[in-house]
Design a protein around this ligand. Structure first.
Ligand code: GUN
Length: 292
């Protein structure tokens, strides 16, 4: 078998056209264009590249974007003061502080300091709680991108065995919630699946993964998922972005899995472009909720 490609690049493009149309309709109605403020601290190359793609995405759909690039030795109090200003700026609908942060700044303090109505990452405990309760204000970007990538490629989810490998606050945990949740009007990203969460302490990870009709790898270990861990015909989503040889990006899934899986998302060009598109969707939603 050669797996069907779950093409995130193409789907992201289609969805950006939809978002751009909604943005254009708002501006034609005299409303402010949705605006995203991105805060980047230091000179981490990978973070700088992600931030550039986020800004490019904003420009593509007609949204405003502002980059606040602060030096690596910025104090926590300086960053919190900037967030206070952004929280009250009416042109800013979404705020994103790029992670990871330098060691003098507590991630926890920053997550609490982004106003929950502008928290397009959905990292604030208020938004985490709303998602866990089944009526999210914002659906976290990467998990939402995974759900759209599967849905729009007609991969069945309701009642299916989904195995999520990884339990991070950014991907594994919120994705497991969406996968297990009932699909409702308040939570259309709910998938009604049967969900197992596996991680580095799971014994016989291969046996657990082989149960999956849909296998999602979000660990951050290059090539962790090998063909023997995949049921024939399963859909496999690779969320990993690991540094490979010659500056190339490699996923958590061994490319040889394409010989066993029924569908596979590539790295790059799978989940990555979807994540940024969901950030744009959340910024549009923030504008709708804040400005009407
Ligand atoms: N760093 C890696 N992924 C993310 C993300 O989704 N949001 C933010 N703010 N930083 C990240």
């Amino acid at each position: 078998m050669t797996a069907r490609v779950l093409d995130g690049k193409q789907l992201a493009q289609t969805m950006r056209v939809e978002i751009a149309a909604a943005v254009a309709a708002r501006t034609a109605a005299g409303k402010r264009p949705p605006g995203l403020a991105v805060v980047l601290i230091g000179d981490n190359k990978a973070s700088a590249a992600y931030v550039r793609n986020k800004q490019k995405g904003c420009a593509e759909v007609g949204m405003g974007s502002w980059l606040h690039h602060l030096p690596v030795h910025t104090s926590e109090s300086h960053l919190l003061a900037l967030l206070d200003t952004l929280n009250t700026d009416p042109a800013v609908h979404g705020i994103l502080v790029q992670l990871p942060l330098p060691p003098q700044i507590r991630e926890d303090a920053v997550i609490h300091a982004v106003g929950p109505r502008k928290d397009v990452d959905a990292f604030h405990p208020e938004n985490v709680g709303l998602l866990a309760a089944g009526f999210p204000r914002f659906v976290p970007c990467t998990p939402h991108g995974v759900v759209h990538l599967l849905r729009r490629n007609d991969v069945p989810l309701a009642g299916r065995e989904v195995v999520v490998v990884g339990r991070s606050n950014i991907v594994g945990k919120p994705l497991a919630l969406l996968m297990m949740q009932k699909a409702t009007t308040a939570n259309p990203a709910g998938c009604d699946a049967t969900v197992t969460v596996a991680h580095t302490r799971t014994p016989d990870l291969a046996a657990v993964c082989r149960r999956a009709d849909v296998l999602v790898a979000a660990v951050g270990r290059a090539g962790l998922i090998t063909p023997d861990m995949v049921k024939s015909g399963a859909a496999v989503v690779d969320v990993g972005t690991n540094p490979g040889a010659a500056g190339k990006l490699v996923g958590d899934v061994d490319p040889a899995v394409a010989g066993v899986a029924g569908a596979l998302s590539p790295v790059p060009g799978g989940v990555g472009p979807m994540t940024i598109t969901m950030l744009l969707a959340n910024t549009l939603r923030a504008a709708e909720l804040l400005d009407g």
